[in-house]
Design a protein around this ligand. Sequence first.
Ligand code: ZN
Length: 82
Amino acid sequence: MPLYFYRPAKTPCRLCGQGFERWEKAGDPRLTECEKCGQAVSAQLPVSVHTPKQTRKPSVSEAKNAGFTVLKRISSGEYEKQ
Ligand SMILES: [Zn+2]
């Protein structure tokens, strides 16, 4: 579930300050008004808190360190632990 950050049209808002964060399902409609003050808000891009963006494939040792079992493909349909 992505964390959305909402920024009110005028900051700082008396009630929500620089904005507020809200967990939302990907399919949920975005808020258009602040739930506290009714001011128009704009949603910022979702912020991943727990899963940093991976721009590259993790190496085998990194995957192992992260607790994954790394399987090496030895022939079609067969895998062995590395
Ligand atoms: Zn507000």
